[in-house]
Design a protein around this ligand. Structure first.
Ligand SMILES: Cc1cc2nc3c(=O)[nH]c(=O)nc-3n(C[C@H](O)[C@H](O)[C@H](O)COP(=O)(O)O)c2cc1C
Length: 215
């Protein structure tokens, strides 16, 4: 594959699986692009369903938000190899199916294989697991991933920042996920900040205007 990484440019693998909350993955991609981080994206087929339910984005629109995209069936993709250099991986949102596959090292598609590679290469893996309530199977899978060094980060809102919209909640969670990879997102409020000082960036990726822009 063509090497597109300028010296010093950070590289992030992003997985989007079929839990509700595809907005989290979209926002991670938008923040990563704003931070000049090179993104490598896998979207599962279940996530293509949630994209249709939850957004106005086409599959092409979503692909255009990443630098490089891979088909889930492409288990021979660059990101499926330990020799692919990356700073880490975020799965947002992470379904229980994908969590469980990662917890058991299945590597049954390009996303779960890339996550397995991230763990085996001792790089940072962040899973925005979205399910509630949780069964013992879910909890055990989370424990297994944590024991292997992964970070399980359910996308739970922080109300102390007084979010005014779903977009505020999504932006805050996506920024905290990127924090875990030391990717700084300017303009997102933290505890102690004046929430009104945050630079508003509406989640326009989910609107028709962005869809038109990518055509
Ligand atoms: C609209 C919709 C919402 C879903 N929400 C969730 C969810 O929040 N969490 C979850 O684990 N699965 C959820 N699912 C089920 C997953 O999509 C399903 O288990 C699928 O096999 C996951 O495959 P993947 O992990 O390869 O993306 C949802 C499915 C649909 C269609």
């Amino acid at each position: 594959m063509e090497e597109v990484r300028p010296p010093g440019r950070r590289r992030l693998v992003v997985g989007i699986s079929g839990a509700t909350g595809i907005a989290y993955g979209v926002q991670v991609l938008r923040f990563a692009r704003a931070a000049d981080v090179e993104t490598h994206l896998v979207v599962t087929s279940a996530a293509q369903q949630t994209r249709e339910y939850e957004t106005d984005l086409s599959a092409r629109d979503l692909r255009a938000m990443a630098d490089v995209t891979y088909k889930p069936s492409d288990v021979g993709a660059a990101i499926a190899s330990g020799s692919f250099r990356a700073d880490g991986m975020i799965v947002a949102p992470c379904s229980v199916r994908t969590l469980s596959a990662i917890a058991h090292g299945l590597g049954d598609n390009a996303l779960t294989r890339a996550a397995d590679v991230t763990l085996k290469e001792r790089r940072r893996l962040v899973l925005l697991v979205r399910e509630t309530p949780l069964t013992l199977a879910h909890l055990r899978a989370m424990a297994a991933v944590s024991e292997m060094g992964g970070v399980v980060m359910p996308p739970v809102p922080a109300f102390y920042l007084r979010p005014r919209s779903v977009e505020d909640i999504v932006r805050h969670t996506a920024a905290r996920a990127l924090d875990l990879l030391d990717i700084d997102v300017p303009g997102t409020p933290r505890w102690g900040d004046d929430a009104d000082a945050a630079v508003p960036t509406p989640l326009t990726a989910l609107s028709n205007s962005t869809r038109r822009a990518h055509r």
